[in-house]
Design a protein around this ligand. Structure first.
Ligand code: FES
Length: 107
């Protein structure tokens, strides 16, 4: 199992464990983590799974794709160089302990 910690906009931290191969969005939704909506179910059509990868993990997560960058233009909160669509980050052992921060709003 891979651990992921979600830091809400107010600083509340929630840590969950998910199977390898699960996306950061799926792990949040299946554990009722507030702050990730995942409206389109992971097909990169909604940008309601926006998250900011913690600086310490930035180099370990796969780089953001061009399509992801385009979709993030529709995100409800500010987009930064650490912004990702959490449905596009698949969990593997190298991401065990991953920390992501959640935006103020998703819709
Ligand atoms: S869940 Fe819709 S873009 Fe990620």
């Amino acid at each position: 199992m891979i651990k992921v910690t979600y830091v809400a906009h107010d600083g509340t931290e929630t840590t969950v464990e998910a199977e390898e191969g699960t996306s950061v969005m799926q792990a949040a939704v299946s554990h009722d983590v507030e702050g990730i909506v995942g409206e389109c179910g992971g097909s990169m059509m909604c940008a309601t799974c926006h998250c900011y990868v913690d600086r310490a993990w930035q180099d370990r997560a796969t780089p953001r794709s061009e399509d992801e960058t385009d979709m993030l233009e529709g995100a409800a909160s500010e987009v930064t160089e650490r912004s990702r669509l959490s449905c596009q980050i698949k969990l593997d052992k190298s991401l065990d302990g991953l920390v992501v921060h959640l935006p103020e709003e998703q819709l």
